[in-house]
Ligand binder design. Structure first.
Ligand SMILES: NC(=O)c1ccc[n+]([C@@H]2O[C@H](COP(=O)([O-])OP(=O)(O)OC[C@H]3O[C@@H](n4cnc5c(N)ncnc54)[C@H](O)[C@@H]3O)[C@@H](O)[C@H]2O)c1
Length: 357
């Protein structure tokens, strides 16, 4: 087992989350790694991270971080437009890469990034963090019961305030040039990935978008999508960026089978409402959900603690980097979600259904 030597580029909102997780994972002893370098083009942000992490290298120049002697892995947590060049530079140096979602603003860029990591043979993972959600993992398992009959439909409403304010404190999300779009690509690429996971491959989409906030051309506040899945069923997504600054980000998912109903208002840990062909709705409590998740994921006591703290995504990346195993969700998984997102934007622009080949 090699000991990953890790650097992090982008000391903002999500960089803080991964930085905390990196330190937590290393401290827990589940994986041996060295968190050696931090970079932000705003040097004061990198310095603030280094004061906490004790990183040996603090820089405002990503190229300097990528060239840091002994570095084997990098976290790319910058705004989306910066991801492609950083991923390609890191892959050229043979570094294992964790890159935040969305991988890039356009499908063409994502395709080139996938080629770069595959050519380099590095371990790659993307921040589609809902793949580590206990509640969605348990829901996926509940949905496998053959007694449910056919899946009829599902609906997800995902809403958050236009994320340039509050804890996001970012300006780039309001810019098409820097974000590549609005609520669909920037936020609901998570949902698109979840739809592929829970309901099967998407074969066609029909999408409507709406730009309601002035001054953000190309950044939609609303995306409504109907997905056609390979199983023959259709599902719908309503993705909304609103101006309700005190409303937390929420997701509400309802799934109808011919003989079963599931609903949850949680995307990480929380109860699931379950109803069968007869009888009232029963609630599977958050604790029941978590216990089932621990079982499904085969976690020991320490693993369960890390899961509860939301650290498994980073633990998994470090473990894969240490053992040279393929990580998940990888860039290929992200590419599949980007293909669907790209088809949605084309559908909205051309006012027609778009088939995915
Ligand atoms: N997985 C998730 O749930 C999740 C949540 C939030 C954000 N994200 C994604 O993470 C990325 C970053 O989002 P954020 O909210 O942390 O943004 P942010 O603006 O809070 O932080 C980005 C940081 O990167 C720095 N930066 C930008 N370009 C750089 C460069 N070339 N070199 C060095 N530093 C650079 C900025 O100065 C800033 O400090 C985005 O792609 C976003 O979509 C993912």
């Amino acid at each position: 087992m090699a000991v990953p030597v890790v650097g992090l580029i982008g000391c903002g909102h999500i960089g803080r989350f991964h930085s905390r997780n990196l330190r937590g994972a290393i401290r827990s002893g589940v994986v041996e790694a060295r968190y050696a370098a931090v970079c932000d083009r705003d040097r004061s942000r990198a310095e603030a991270f280094a004061a906490i992490t004790g990183a040996e290298l603090v820089t405002d120049d990503a190229a300097e971080l990528l060239a840091f002697p002994g570095l084997t892995a990098v976290y790319i947590c910058t705004e989306t437009a910066e991801h492609p060049a950083l991923v390609e530079a890191a892959a050229e140096r043979g570094l294992d890469i964790f890159c935040e979602k969305p991988l890039a603003r356009t499908l063409g860029e994502v395709e080139r990034m996938v080629e770069a990591v595959e050519r380099a043979g590095v371990v790659h993972q993307v921040g589609l963090v809902l793949r580590y959600s206990p509640v969605l993992t348990v829901l996926a398992e509940l949905m496998r019961d053959p007694g449910l009959g056919p899946l009829l439909t599902a609906h997800l409403r995902d809403d958050q305030f236009f994320p340039v304010r509050g804890h996001y404190r970012s300006t780039w999300r309001g810019s098409f040039e820097r974000a590549g779009g609005g609520t669909l690509i920037e936020h609901s690429i998570h949902d698109v990935d979840v739809f592929r996971w829970l309901f099967g491959e998407v074969t066609a989409v029909r999408c409507h978008t709406r730009e309601a906030t002035p001054g953000h051309a190309g950044v939609e506040d609303v995306a409504l999508v109907t997905f056609q899945h390979e199983g023959g069923h259709q599902t719908t997504l309503s993705s909304v960026w609103h101006g309700l600054d005190d409303r937390p980000s929420t997701r509400y998912l309802e799934v109808f089978f011919e003989g079963g109903y599931f609903a949850t208002e949680h995307d990480f840990l929380g109860p699931i409402r379950v109803q069968g062909r007869s009888g009232p709705v029963r609630e599977m409590s958050a604790e029941e959900v978590f216990e089932r998740y621990v079982e499904l994921a085969g976690l020991d006591g320490r693993g369960a603690e890390l899961a509860r703290a939301g650290m498994l995504e980073d633990v998994a990346f470090l473990q894969c980097a240490a053992s040279r195993r393929a990580a998940f969700p990888d860039f290929g998984t992200a590419l599949a979600a980007h293909r669907v997102v790209d088809a949605c934007y084309r559908s909205a622009a051309e006012a027609r259904e778009i088939a995915l080949v």
